[in-house]
Design a protein around this ligand. Structure first.
Ligand code: ZN
Length: 131
């Protein structure tokens, strides 16, 4: 399957414009490709810091809310290329531990194409979720 990385990057870039990051000023957008559709998310911080949520988890939540759980690819876009945090790696692995991942920067840096299993080789997956 060929992945429209440019289209996904555009969705991540658009979502990043809406990031709510008044504390860190570190704006991140993400896009996931699930069931052939693209869903985007941005980071949403909170005054109670642990309540904040990353762009990647907001994007996969949007996909799941639309009934699309067949994750194929993920784009993460910070100001510079930044890999998903550990929590997001685990959250994404639930839906496809071998998803393609593109790490991109909105302002600087070269794209890095990788896979979720390279980023998280041994995700926690109960036997019922082994794929
Ligand atoms: Zn994260």
């Amino acid at each position: 399957m060929s992945i429209d990385w440019e289209g996904m990057k555009s969705a991540a870039r658009d979502a990043r414009e809406h990031a709510y990051a008044p504390y860190s000023s570190f704006r991140v957008g993400a896009a996931v490709l699930a069931n052939g559709r693209v869903f985007a998310g941005c980071n949403v911080e909170n005054a109670s810091f642990p309540v904040g949520i990353c762009a990647e988890r907001n994007a996969i939540a949007a996909a799941v809310a639309a009934g699309c759980r067949d994750l194929a690819a993920v784009v993460v876009m910070g100001p510079r290329p930044v890999a998903p945090c550990g929590m997001c790696r685990q959250a994404l692995a639930e839906f496809n531990p071998r998803a393609a991942v593109l790490i991109a920067g909105a302002d600087e840096g070269a794209d890095l194409e990788t896979t979720l299993d390279a980023l998280l080789p041994q995700p926690f997956l109960p036997p019922s979720l082994k794929k």
